[in-house]
Design a binder for this molecule. Structure first.
Ligand SMILES: Nc1ncnc2c1ncn2[C@@H]1O[C@H](COP(=O)(O)OP(=O)(O)OP(=O)(O)O)[C@@H](O)[C@H]1O
Length: 338
């Protein structure tokens, strides 16, 4: 951003970013529209800088910070209320006949056999496909094609991907890691946000961890929980794509609720029946195309409660076996639902 800004003229800058005028108004020197920004800053006399109590370098830094904060505010204003998937073609070229709008705060699950195209659909959304991927799908944001700046901006990503695992390469404590992340997101109340994220991650993770636990010492479930809490609180991306939350001992229902509470659009590809039924709707993918859009029914939701009970029983048995125990009891004695 810095190099690009400094290579513009003041006139070009003001056309593209009209709010930059506010910055120039605070300076005791006049900027001419034809001045190249780099030259304008270089030409400010030392005495003028002295009266401002500032070094040249930090004046330029202040300018860049001002611009990036304004850009960030601007993008936040353009809230994403919905995305729309306009159908393309399946692997045989047959039309999908789908027009689906997903609103903020909704969870959509993506189900289908291995290799059917679930990850491809997530990738189309991440790319905000415009009939330029193998599926020929088109994705709209708030009912419109997003402008190129929004589509390809790295700083203001529309989409956060929760990938399968989080590989920590630095040996920081959990608190240092979250703090660093909060700082880079320019949040104001860093200490409070950090405390919240760690508390939430602890709620989601089966076994707790402390702020001073090194991130490299977290278990799979704990690091997953930390990543979800971090995405919920710190990611400005309004759309969260999840390629399977593995059953690594985290409270998946709470995790999804946390993301949805933050008014994010959540799309999750999964092979897990419990996760598949947690969504408001599920998309069934067959041969590369969306073949059905099924809203989760009341009956399915009440069946979900039973599936969750079964899941807890299975988890209990898993723990018994893990601890070297035996389960040679009758199903009734084990308290199993039959
Ligand atoms: N409509 C389509 N047209 C052409 N190729 C497609 C289409 N949909 C998916 N594919 C391709 O099919 C392959 C398998 O798709 P993908 O990896 O998305 O499957 P998946 O359902 O996520 O599988 P898994 O459950 O194993 O993760 C990929 O190479 C993908 O690009």
């Amino acid at each position: 951003m810095r190099d690009r800004m400094l290579s513009l003229t003041v006139g070009e800058l003001l056309v593209e970013y009209p709010y930059a005028a506010d910055f120039f108004q605070t300076l005791p020197v006049r900027a001419e529209p034809s001045d190249l920004l780099a030259n304008f800053f270089a030409a400010i006399e030392d005495e003028v800088l002295a009266t401002m109590g500032m070094e040249r370098r930090s004046l330029v830094d202040q300018f860049i910070t001002f611009m990036s904060q304004m850009e960030q505010l601007k993008t936040q204003d353009e809230k994403v209320n919905s995305i729309t998937i306009m159908g393309g073609i399946d692997k045989d070229g047959n039309g999908e006949n789908v027009l689906l709008t997903i609103n903020a705060g909704e969870i959509i699950c993506i189900v289908g056999p291995t290799g059917s195209g679930k990850s491809r659909l997530l990738a189309d959304i991440e790319w905000v496909a415009q009939r330029d991927t193998p599926t020929n799908r088109k994705i709209l944001v708030n009912g419109q094609v997003p402008d190129t700046k929004r589509r390809f901006s790295v700083e203001h990503k529309l989409v956060a991907q929760l990938s399968q695992n989080m590989n920590f390469i630095m040996d920081l404590s959990v608190e240092e890691f979250v703090n660093m992340h909060a700082e880079s997101r320019m949040v104001e109340n860093i200490a409070e946000v950090t405390r919240n994220i760690i508390a939430k991650a602890n709620e989601l993770a089966g076994e707790g961890f402390l702020p001073h636990t090194p991130v490299t010492a977290l278990s799979g479930g704990q690091s997953r929980a930390l990543m979800i809490a971090d995405t919920a609180y710190l990611s400005k991306s309004p759309i969260v794509l999840i390629d399977e939350i593995e059953n690594a001992g985290i409270d998946r229902q709470k995790a999804l609720r946390l993301l949805v509470d933050k008014q994010k659009i959540v799309l999750m590809a999964t092979h897990d029946p419990i996760l598949a039924l947690m969504g408001d709707k599920r998309l069934v993918i067959k041969n590369g195309g969306i073949s059905q859009v099924i809203p989760t029914s009341e009956q399915e939701r009440s069946n979900l409660a039973i599936l969750e009970k079964m899941d807890r029983q299975l988890a209990a048995i898993r723990n018994v076996l893990r601890d070297g125990g035996r389960i040679d009891l009758s199903p009734a004695e084990l308290g199993l639902v039959m």
